[in-house]
Write a protein that binds this ligand. Structure first.
Ligand SMILES: [Zn+2]
Length: 327
């Protein structure tokens, strides 16, 4: 692989190692949240069982009207919001993402011979406010709370339906609440990756000597097909550069002079892989379609998500089938 791309990958590795550290911190702090609500959790289970004895079905609908349940949820929300580590981890990931992004851009620009007269980078705070403008940390934490409360509810309703003992139900609820932790981890990873891409692209734009950019995917065994098919495509510098949650693609510039980093595009790379690798990356049905003549580009689309914004995505099979011309 190209030497500059290898250099870019060292920045990607930095991003990955930050992820690992952030996950460890989030895990630790999540246990504190669990501990803080344990007693109330058990009380709610006992209360629910008492209601059941009185002939009241404890389903999702009933739960929403029970004060004791509402109090538990309020407590969970408060614990998540007040847990300083959660907000701090997200802030820290943004910060690191921005710095790594500026570092990535300056590294690539320097390799392309643009390094010597660069403007100073924008202040980190400016990037942070741009990120926060789109998704304030409070709102991101609300998402984690939403997942946690859904999990708690599911744990309680399922446990009651199965007639488990209170301790087991409380334990299951705590486990299910872990969905909130999963959401937090995803948020932290996504925020860092988003900051990384945003600051890199902004830096390219800021130089005034960049007219476009190209996606660099990880091109690893677990790289998704959508990112792979977008890898190496040329975009105008004014275009958005989006990725899906936790996506770790980055970008290299095309200078006004036409100078850029060249490598085999993801599509070219994929078309040269063994049948086995192709099948693994595309999945059976897409592999068969490809072998029958469907161009790889037909598998790629940009999909809009309400929560995460636009992102590369693989065209679902049902939509692909409708494209197939029946002879
Ligand atoms: Zn992807």
């Amino acid at each position: 692989m190209n030497q500059i791309i290898r250099g870019v990958n060292t920045f990607k590795n930095r991003i990955k190692s930050n992820e690992t550290k952030a996950i460890a911190t989030l895990l630790d702090s999540w246990y504190d949240v669990e501990k803080a609500i344990r007693r109330e959790l058990e009380n709610v289970v006992l209360y629910a069982q008492e209601l059941a004895r009185q002939g009241i079905t404890v389903d999702e609908y009933t739960l929403n009207s029970i004060d004791r349940w509402k109090e538990l949820l309020a407590q969970v929300q408060k614990e998540i919001k007040n847990k300083k580590e959660f907000a701090r981890v997200i802030e820290d990931m943004r910060d690191k993402g921005i710095k790594t992004g500026l570092g990535t851009a300056d590294y690539v620009l320097d390799k392309l011979g643009v390094g010597f007269d660069l403007l100073p980078a924008r202040e980190i705070d400016m990037y942070i406010s741009m990120l926060d403008g789109k998704t304030p940390i409070g709102k991101l934490l609300d998402k984690a709370y939403g997942e946690a409360s859904n999990g708690l509810k599911r744990g309680l309703v399922d446990g009651m339906a199965k007639g488990l003992n209170p301790l087991q139900i409380a334990k299951d609820m705590a486990n299910q609440m872990g969905l909130g932790l999963e959401r937090l981890v995803l948020i932290a990873r996504t925020e860092q990756a988003r900051a990384w891409r945003m600051s890199t692209l902004d830096r390219y734009r800021q130089t005034g000597v960049v007219r476009g950019f190209k996606r660099v995917s990880a091109r690893a065994k677990n790289t998704c097909l959508a990112c792979l098919l977008d890898d190496g495509k040329i975009y105008d510098v004014a275009s958005d550069f989006s990725d899906h949650p936790a996506g770790l693609c980055t970008l290299v510039p095309i200078l006004n002079t036409g100078r850029t980093v060249n490598w085999e595009t993801g599509e070219e790379w994929l078309s040269k892989q063994s049948d086995e690798t192709q099948r693994k990356i595309m999945g059976n049905s897409r592999y068969e379609l490809y072998k029958a003549g469907t161009p790889l580009a037909d598998f790629y689309q940009i999909k809009e998500s309400e929560i995460w914004g636009p992102a590369p995505a693989v065209v679902p099979l049902k939509d692909l089938n409708s494209l197939t011309v029946v002879e």
